[in-house]
Design a protein around this ligand. Structure first.
Ligand code: F6P
Length: 537
């Protein structure tokens, strides 16, 4: 592998004067060759500096890293999460007709049974046969954080056109403002509260859950009857007082940030119904099948991963932007931030040695066209290139607003074109001359109007943001993260990096109410003292 990394570095170094547009000049078929489709999804990676040599080396890298063997190990239930000694089988949640054996036991009967119970509960709640004290449930509040929030929240927003169930709300932050703002205006007698927590110990979620229970108890005689729990820690859910008939469990082989496909997705199922939720699962399963069957060079997850590796590890671009031209994918960048940064933001390889290569980049983004009026300035003219990952649906859901959709799409395509093409000094000078400027002032003004161009982007084109397509997109990114993790040689499925802050928060808490806290550093003690003074003055 070291040899391939070295050759990739040389390949990049040899590109010093290369412009992406040169690659199109050299290969008139580049737009088609560097554009790969699967089951209706189209991934265009032509507007990058990946040339034939780089592509071949990147594919060699995937092969040398053993991506295919590791992929097969994951799907077969091997314990590839080696630091937690766990299998990684969230894919089983979306392949209900499949069969997966773990430690000699078929895991699917339980998965199917839980799905059927969820569907039955969703049907009962949606038709009113399960009701609150005040009648049919009008509002569902999902309390969770991280993977127990980002996935269902992202999916509920994305599937708004399919939403024909109760209103859904999402509370995650321990900041009381979150739950206060959410519960204000809701009727406890017709509200269902979902406590979504794999561990059922997460302090934010449990604090919010208790607050919601107190709120409910103010008006409802049996508040626990309007609570549902989604968790791997079924024993803890009964301690909280939730009846087992409304507890939907899942196994430790479903990672938090990979959990939207099962019980953690219940709020989505309540919103759109079990059939549309099944279509979402089918989209994920279709991507799984593609990932398992397509050769590396035709595999969308592999190509997306290799593009990421090229931009971050080879070119050294520190971040990547996810730019969905779809307002309903508002929370997708935040969702992918957790998926990618919690999975691949590591500094130690699977074997415990220091990583010899940079791990994951910073992932961020915002839907277009809004971002264009905010941070695109930096993307076009800042000093550090930001590889952009555009996402666009060919059709919207509002036929009467088709002109909006065309304008949206035109902006998306225009941005990737502008990023690649840029505008040189000569062109900028002509613009300034046309405005009547001359001499030094013309030069000065023209320089501000130069776009360096040659900035890479990819575009994922989908037919329409249906439940099926959403499932494909999410599974595509999951597998992209997996492939990148395998190539980097790290474990994408643990998250030890979140622990220290959690532990210290428990120790800092007494400091804020006047405790001594000699164990803390002078700055933290000083801030705590100032906090108390400001609070009680
Ligand atoms: O703190 C990180 C984390 O463990 C995430 O990985 C997870 O998605 C989130 O917290 C919530 O955890 P839980 O579902 O156990 O409440």
């Amino acid at each position: 592998m070291n040899d391939i990394w070295t050759r990739l570095a040389s390949c990049r170094a040899a590109q010093e004067d290369l412009r992406i547009s040169d690659l199109f000049d050299a290969n008139p078929a580049r737009a088609e060759v560097f554009c790969t489709s699967a089951d209706g999804l189209v991934f265009d990676w032509s507007k990058t500096t990946i040339d034939d040599t780089a592509r071949d080396l990147l594919l060699d890298l995937a092969e040398a890293a053993g991506v295919e063997a590791r992929r097969d190990a994951m799907f077969s239930g091997a314990r590839i999460n080696e630091t937690e000694n766990r299998a990684v089988l969230h894919t089983a949640l979306r392949n209900l007709s499949g069969s997966v054996t773990l430690d000699g036991q078929d895991v699917m009967p339980k998965v199917r049974e839980t799905f059927d119970r969820m569907a039955a509960f969703a049907g009962a709640l949606r038709d009113g046969s399960y009701a609150g004290q005040g009648g049919k449930i009008t509002d569902v509040v999902n309390i969770g954080i991280g993977g127990s929030d980002l996935g269902p929240y992202m999916a509920a927003l994305a599937l708004a056109p399919y939403h024909d169930g109760p209103r859904t709300h999402f509370v995650s932050n321990v900041d009381g403002a979150d739950i206060a703002d959410t519960l204000r205006g809701l009727n406890p007698e017709t509200t269902l509260v979902i406590v979504a927590s794999k561990t059922f110990t997460t302090i934010e979620t449990m604090t919010n859950a208790r607050t919601a229970r107190d709120w409910m108890a103010g008006s409802v005689t049996d508040p626990a009857a309007q609570f549902v729990a989604l968790s791997s820690a079924v024993d803890k859910t009964s301690e909280f007082g939730i009846d087992s008939s409304r507890v939907f469990g899942f196994e430790d082989w479903v990672g938090g940030r990979y959990s939207v496909w099962g019980p953690i997705g219940l709020s989505v199922m309540l919103a759109v119904g079990a059939d549309d939720f099944s279509d979402f699962l089918a989209g994920g399963a279709a991507m799984d099948a593609h990932f398992r069957q397509a050769p590396l060079a035709q595999s969308l997850p592999v190509l997306l991963a290799l593009t990421g590796i090229w931009h971050h590890q080879v070119c050294g671009y520190p971040t990547r932007a996810v730019l969905p031209y779809d307002n309903r994918l508002l929370r997708l960048p935040a969702y992918l931030q957790q998926l990618e940064m919690e999975s691949n933001g590591k500094r130690v390889a699977m074997d415990g040695s220091d990583l010899e290569i940079d791990s994951g980049p910073v992932v961020w983004g915002e839907p277009g066209t809004n971002g264009q009026h905010a941070f695109y300035q930096l993307i076009h003219q800042g000093t550090t290139p930001v590889p952009c990952e555009f996402i666009l649906a060919a059709r919207g859901h509002e036929p009467e607003l088709e002109h909006h959709h065309i304008l949206l799409a035109a902006n998306c395509l225009a941005q990737s074109e502008a990023l690649m093409r840029g505008r040189d000094l000569e062109e900028a000078r002509k613009l300034m001359a046309a405005k009547g400027l001359t001499g030094a002032e013309l030069d000065r003004q023209a320089r501000h109007r130069v776009f360096p161009g040659n900035r890479p982007s990819t575009t994922l084109l989908i037919p329409q943001l249906t439940p099926f397509a959403l499932g494909q997109i999410i599974a595509l990114y999951e597998h992209r993260v997996f492939v990148e993790g395998v190539i980097l040689g790290l474990n994408s499925y643990d998250q030890w990096g979140v622990e220290l802050g959690k532990e210290l928060a428990l120790q800092v808490e007494p400091l804020l109410s006047g405790g001594m806290g000699d164990d803390h550093d002078p700055s933290t003690r000083h801030l705590a003292r100032l906090f108390r003074e400001l609070r009680y003055q």
